[in-house]
Design a protein around this ligand. Structure first.
Ligand SMILES: *[C@@H]1O[C@H](CO)[C@@H](O)[C@H](O)[C@H]1NC(C)=O
Length: 174
């Protein structure tokens, strides 16, 4: 690799990393989340905000939350087991992110859950049988249906690209 090429590659990578840093906010850093922690809100709408990082464990303290919308962000990490502690959460939108790991069995304890959207992530494994206990559940969109495969594939490709970029931006360390 010539020096010149190496230099342009570095420039490109630092440019890309600069772009991904712009507006890089975590859930915990949003004013909406802070307000919810302080005053027990019933709805938290953080969809399509380019949020990064993982879903904070302090979510367990949002005990009045009936609707949680985290869709279409750049969230990573696993679905927190703490979410399962709520008896009032009815709408849970976590689709179109880069969440990994399996769907926690604890979600089977969300007795009020009606809508559960988690498609277009990088989740692995099968749906826990515990979800069968959710009698209120009306809409489950996990991306398993064959007609959703095209959408999931696009999501996976995007997630892979994002992961590769994150790896580059972190200096290439695992
Ligand atoms: C929940 O709130 C309590 C009281 O403010 C705090 O001590 C605790 O650390 C919080 N839990 C989490 C997981 O952040």
């Amino acid at each position: 690799m010539s020096r010149r090429y190496d230099w342009s590659l570095r420039t490109l990578v630092s440019l890309l990393c600069g772009i991904t840093k712009i507006g890089s906010t975590t859930i915990a850093e949003t004013t909406e989340y802070q307000a919810c922690l302080n005053s027990q809100c019933s709805s938290l709408d953080l969809g399509t905000r380019s949020l990064t990082g993982s879903i904070p464990n302090s979510m367990v303290n949002l005990t009045s939350l009936t609707q949680l919308d985290l869709q279409n962000n750049r969230l990573t990490g696993t679905m927190p087991t703490e979410l399962g502690a709520s008896t009032v959460l009815a709408y849970l939108y976590m689709h179109t992110n880069s969440l990994t790991g399996t769907v926690p069995t604890e979600l089977g304890a969300l007795t009020a859950l009606t809508y559960l959207y988690m498609h277009t992530n990088s989740l692995t494994g099968t749906l826990p049988t515990e979800l069968g206990a959710l009698t209120a559940l009306t809409y489950l969109h996990g991306g398993e249906a064959s007609e959703e495969e095209a959408v999931s594939d696009t999501g996976d490709a995007a997630a892979t690209a994002k992961a590769a970029l994150a790896w580059l931006c972190s200096g290439g360390s695992p």
